[in-house]
Design a protein around this ligand. Structure first.
Ligand code: BGC
Length: 749
């Protein structure tokens, strides 16, 4: 019996993981209403992934959990409940294949593992005689440090193609289940009449197989919607041009035209889409009515009614897009500005939804000074609004927001401008040449603490009552400050090391833990935790309250295990389907990413656990991740690659942020004063601490000067001391970092 006092991996959490899995799976295709399967249907499960189901990716996004329910487990439960009959011969075939591979020491799933065993023809024929529906599971695994391949990963492998061909030839009815962590090819099933239904099940955590069976058998109604565009071919993504050509630099020529911002805008783009952003089918149908929009004091609001017009219960996601005038700066045709999801509606039941946005959030950043340099501008003209259930399936609102004259909504300063980006895409798909400039990135100066510590033998616990934080920091020797700026060994069950403490002054070290899919503990501790669905699935739920709940539950597991900082959420942009870490990230759209991140952070920090939002920023590919430079315009940074972080910081006040491995425009993010002090703290008002990503050796002196407070996983105190002695670094710089670090330590439960 479960010990009801232990919450790590408890049944309440695994149930929540199951619920989350159900909400983020996306039904892409359902011809002839094949799904949900009829009661009593006889089903044959194909694909090694139906047994060797992939719960999530590797690295920081991996989790050691008590069990993983695969698709076969899910169907066996349905069989036990008398809902379907499952072909046993196929399971035997796949199980013995998997056992054989294991015995031979060969991995069944993993990066570069492309094998897909083909059941003998006789077995397929028998299965087709015995059962009327085939369910083929295609699984993918990826991990940090490497990117995905095209053949056998984005596209099907030859063996998988053969499997699909043989099964669809033998069966009249086929359902495809995509157990993947990122966008894959959809061209082979989109118009394939032999594959009637496709469930994009993502990597759905430890309960994934049960959730798949629930949806396929009609015990749950799908309500997930895409947060990425599924194009016809890989080459249709503008980022695919020259993606891996230069080991040292990725040039973001596509600029702000990422994902649907490209496909919906650039001539011909729409035709290159198989499944648009925001798309997802249900078993039931919905109608939006009574749309009413208005503007008051710069806030645009929409009120509408959603009615379930079908025969199943279900939830619907309503999306509000705006269309800005092309103006001088050029704009994506549509941009997501708000969304909301209904509760579960019974047939004929309705719910009123309210959505809102600030008019100024529709502004564009003028990095070249075409109207006004370094300012967010609402260009003059009419802003129109589209509301619906995907970027394509919308209705234009009667309401229009008119701007009479160009309006500067925020004047900023040039930051992180590129020095070697020759061109960038415009809304018509052509490119504009960019001015070539020399990069000049400076550092600011910090003010020294002017007080002294008024008591003898101070301790951190005196802060508040007897001491101000400044007085406490004044008690650190300079050597101690240098030591304090880096990581320290693991304590307890942590395996990603600690932010340093200082015994002499009663500051305990702070243990950290990964990651986006749940609390990642080493298996040898014997503490299984809850494996949640991957981040992309969570985003496809479009359910902020649910993601907040997942955050709170996961954080409670950290707290119970004495861990204080959760290295999640990861909110980089899905710029290319091939990024090996896409499963850890939310979306191609910064608005969705920012909203989901904010929800997760609110949940986590409600438990007194800090999160470390990562990887700040533009870490959108794993290729040469420590030396790779993201060469990108300031506008694309601000409107796409930083925007999700901005939303999260402003809405949820995360206590820590992790800089990234990559460089931006020639400078390591952890050394970038523009990024950390200029934008994050200066412009957005971030009040927490900043840590490096783990194990990189950039210049620790520049990092401190940039405002990157903590060097993980180890610091370089000697180098900092040497810089102090040479006058390259001041004690004030160290004090500023220490104050920010201790401010966070004070908030930890
Ligand atoms: C990853 C981070 C992770 C850290 C600690 C790094 O390799 O990039 O996302 O949190 O390791 O495991």
């Amino acid at each position: 019996m479960e010990n009801s006092k232990i919450i790590t991996g408890c049944s309440t959490h695994t149930k929540l993981s199951h619920l989350a899995a159900l909400e983020g799976m996306v039904l892409l295709k359902n011809e002839d209403r094949l799904l949900p399967l009829k009661r009593g249907a006889k089903v044959s499960l194909f694909g090694k992934g139906s047994v060797a189901y992939v719960k999530g990716g590797g690295g920081s996004g991996d989790v050691f959990c008590a069990y993983v329910h695969n698709v076969y487990d899910g169907f066996l439960q349905k069989q036990a409940e008398g809902k379907v009959t499952v072909n046993a011969g196929l399971a035997e075939f796949y199980n013995s294949y998997i056992e054989g591979e294991k015995a031979a020491g060969r991995p069944v799933m993993g990066i570069n593992v492309r094998t897909e065993p083909l059941p003998p023809d006789g077995l397929i024929e028998d299965a087709a005689r015995e059962s009327e529906v085939a369910v083929i599971t295609i699984s993918r695994f990826s991990t940090e440090g490497t990117d995905r391949a095209l053949d056998g990963d984005y596209y099907l492998s030859d063996e998988e193609k053969q499997l699909v061909a043989k099964v669809t030839a033998a069966f009249e009815k086929t359902v495809l289940v995509l157990n993947v962590g990122a966008v894959t090819d959809s061209e082979y099933f989109k118009d394939n009449e032999r594959i009637q239904s496709v469930l994009l099940a993502w990597q759905a955590g430890m309960e994934g197989g049960m959730a798949i069976a629930d949806i396929l058998c009609g015990d749950a109604v799908p309500s997930g919607k895409l947060v990425d565009t599924f194009a016809k071919n890989f080459e249709d993504y503008p980022s695919s041009q020259g993606l891996f050509d230069d080991e040292l630099a990725v040039r973001y020529h596509d600029d702000i035209y990422v994902g649907y911002r490209y496909f919906e805008t650039v001539p011909g783009g729409k035709d290159r889409v198989n499944y648009p952003f925001g798309f997802g089918l249900s078993y039931t149908s919905f109608e939006i009515s009574g749309l009413c929009m208005e503007e008051t004091d710069g806030v645009i609001s929409a009120k509408l009614k959603v009615t379930n017009t079908g025969v199943y219960r279900g939830k619907q996601v309503v999306q509000l897009y705006f269309s800005a005038p092309q103006g001088v700066l050029g704009k994506p045709k549509l941009q997501l500005a708000a969304f909301a999801k209904t509760k579960e509606l019974m047939p004929m039941e309705s719910e009123e939804l309210y959505l809102k946005l600030k008019a100024e959030d529709m502004a564009s950043y003028d990095d070249l000074g075409k109207i006004q340099k370094s300012a967010y501008i609402l260009e003059k003209g009419d802003y129109s609004f589209y509301i619906g259930s995907s970027v394509r399936d919308t209705e234009k609102a009667y309401f229009v927001y008119t701007v009479e004259e160009d309006r500067v909504v925020k004047q900023l300063t040039e930051r992180l401008a590129p020095n070697r980006l020759e061109k960038r895409m415009l809304a018509d798909g052509s490119f504009e040449a960019l001015p070539q400039r020399k990069a000049v990135y400076g550092y600011g100066r910090n003010k020294a603490i002017e007080v002294t510590c008024p008591i003898e033998n101070p301790s951190f616990k005196d802060v508040g009552e007897k001491l101000s934080l400044e007085e406490f920091v004044a008690a650190f020797t300079t050597e101690e400050l240098c030591e304090f700026m880096g990581g320290s060994p693991n304590v307890g069950v942590s395996n990603t090391l600690c932010f340093s403490g200082l015994e002499r002054l009663g500051v305990a070290s702070v243990p950290t833990a990964d990651g986006p899919a749940g609390l990642r503990l080493d298996a040898h501790h014997g503490i299984p935790t809850t494996a949640w669905p991957c981040a992309t699935l969570l985003a496809c739920s479009w359910n902020e309250a649910l993601v907040e709940q997942v955050g709170a539950a996961g954080a409670a597991e950290l707290k119970e295990n004495g861990l204080k900082v959760w290295l999640t959420p990861a909110i980089n942009i899905h710029r290319t389907p091939l990024c090996g870490r896409n499963f850890e990230y939310f979306s191609e759209d910064p608005f969705v990413a920012g909203k989901m991140a904010a929800a997760k952070v609110k949940g986590i920090q409600s438990q007194g656990v800090a999160c470390s939002v990562k990887h700040f920023a533009a870490n959108n590919i794993e290729l040469n991740r420590i030396k790779g430079d993201s060469v990108v315009s300031e506008r694309a940074l601000r409107e796409i690659y930083l925007k999700g972080f901005e939303i999260c910081v402003k809405e949820a006040d995360p206590w820590t942020i992790m800089t990234s491995y990559n460089l931006i425009n020639g400078i390591h993010t952890s050394e970038s004063y523009d990024l950390i002090t200029g934008i994050l703290r200066g412009e957005w008002g971030f009040g927490g601490m900043v840590t490096t990503d783990w194990g990189i050796k950039n210049n620790p002196v520049n990092e401190v000067k940039a405002g990157n407070d903590m060097k993980m996983h180890v610091g370089y105190p000697e180098e900092l001391m040497e810089a102090i002695e040479k006058g390259e670094l001041s004690r004030a710089d160290l004090e500023a970092c220490a104050l920010r670090i201790l401010n966070v330590y004070k908030r930890l439960a």
